[in-house]
Ligand binder design. Structure first.
Ligand SMILES: *Cc1c(COP(=O)(O)O)cnc(C)c1O
Length: 424
């Protein structure tokens, strides 16, 4: 294809995109007065234009009403966390009582392990993927030690068995079945952060539970990226953050799912007053009575300023709907993959699985020629306003986000890589 034909194709794909107007709902950062091609929604999603209004509403109420703001509609602070409950449930395929926005991801992971990692001498082990995100590994390892067990025996890591560093379902099944009787918990990612591989979560949960183990998911790279059906998956819990694909700002309040079957448990937990049943919370009694469902794991009163941008973001997900977003995402990422295959195979190797069901929007790209070449390409892209992110030693991650990226952005990436190759 000529340059002109490529342009025509990208523009036609964008013109036919039913979600194209959603890009206008975001602030797109500029590079020398030109909009960036921003592919780092897997790290920090862009700011929805509506976020500022949601924050200013809280600031305004604080300025004019102070403590009364807890009680005055709309969006009274007392029940502010409830405002995101239903859209969040839709996003992850759960019942509203199964989700809550609270804390941050790693904190929620610990709180969930307090309740769902209950090791015994016979069943002390946690199974995770090798190469898990460091925070998850630190959390899991410290929990194992906290209970007096030894990570050297009781932290089981499933090694990648596929060429790009991805993991087959057979390898997961083999590991779960081999260690089954010793497993207290299987903790699995929805989308692996380094390779971009997406997993069949229902199958992972089924395998774990068949062995009598609990099952939890880390959905940091999955929430807002792939279709999720958490309730139907049967998992015990899930945690995720809201600053990546959920576009709610740096350090945003995180999400947490607890399956309905645990709604009324007297399962051990670390408790705080906001997990106490709402009805009698302000009786200020000494006895903890958990509120049913995921909200029963809350500790503190909701961080209202930090929750505000999440409202603006979830509003956009509701407007788009996950099925339409996924369809656009498949188109964007498929287009990226086809441009690489057709003309950049000598520079970039795609590590992410080729099957759309086994990936989200991210492609992890190994740069030929090792670390120095990789860094040089990465820096060249950044100097041209094309932003991906870098993973040592030689991988660039590119994540076209269907809420705000375009096929023209993707073409610009491919063209800039070709330019770098040709001038080098
Ligand atoms: C982004 C990410 C984190 C970050 O944890 P925070 O507690 O939000 O800082 C943890 N785990 C995974 C898998 C991630 O992708």
């Amino acid at each position: 294809m000529t340059d002109f034909q490529h342009d025509t194709q990208a523009l036609a794909l964008d013109a036919a995109d039913p979600l194209r107007h959603l890009r206008d709902e975001f602030l797109i950062p500029q590079h020398h007065d030109v909009e960036m091609a921003y592919f780092v929604g897997n790290s920090l999603g862009l700011q929805p234009r509506g976020a500022r209004g949601c924050i200013e509403e809280v600031l305004g109420k604080w300025a004019t009403q102070a403590v009364e703001g807890h009680f005055t509609a709309p969006a009274q602070w007392m029940t502010y966390h409830e405002l995101v409950r239903e859209p969040l449930a839709r996003l992850v395929g759960a019942a509203p009582s199964e989700v809550v926005a609270m804390n941050t991801l790693t904190v929620n992971l610990h709180l969930m392990m307090v309740s769902f990692y209950r090791p015994t001498a016979e069943r002390p082990a946690i199974l995770i993927e090798a190469g898990a995100f460091p925070s998850d590994r630190h959390a899991v390892e410290s929990q194992i030690r906290f209970h007096g067990f030894d990570p050297a025996h009781d932290l089981i890591e499933v090694e990648p068995d596929e060429p790009g560093g991805t993991i087959s379902m057979e390898a997961i099944q083999r590991a779960i079945e081999t260690h089954g009787s010793r497993l207290a918990l299987v903790l699995w990612p929805g989308v692996q952060y380094r390779t971009g591989q997406a997993f069949d979560l229902g199958e992972v949960a089924r395998l774990a539970r068949a062995q009598g183990a609990n099952c939890g998911f880390d959905l940091a790279h999955a929430a807002g990226n792939i279709d999720l059906a958490l309730h139907d998956s049967g998992a015990d819990f899930a945690v995720w953050c809201h600053y990546k694909y959920l576009n709610s700002g740096p350090g945003a309040v995180a999400g947490c799912f607890v399956h309905e079957r645990h709604a009324d448990t007297d399962r051990p937990r670390f408790a705080g007053w906001w997990g106490h049943e709402a009805r009698s919370r302000f009786a200020m009694g000494p006895q903890f009575v958990p509120t049913p469902g995921a909200e029963g794991w809350q500790l503190s009163n909701p961080p209202v300023l930090a929750l505000a941008p999440l409202r603006a973001s979830l509003d956009l997900f509701d407007r788009a709907g996950m099925p339409a977003l996924r369809e656009k995402s498949r188109s964007l990422t498929g287009y990226l993959e086809s441009l690489i295959r057709d003309s950049l195979g000598d520079v970039l190797q795609v590590l992410t699985p080729a099957e759309p069901a086994r990936r989200g929007c991210q492609l992890s790209l190994r740069v030929a020629g090792g670390r120095d070449a990789g860094r040089a390409l990465f820096d060249y892209l950044a100097s041209r306003g094309v932003l991906g992110d870098w993973r040592e030693p030689d991988v660039i991650r590119i994540s076209p986000a269907p809420l705000y990226n375009t096929h023209a952005d993707v073409l610009r990436f491919a063209r800039t890589v070709a330019e770098w190759r040709d001038v080098r």
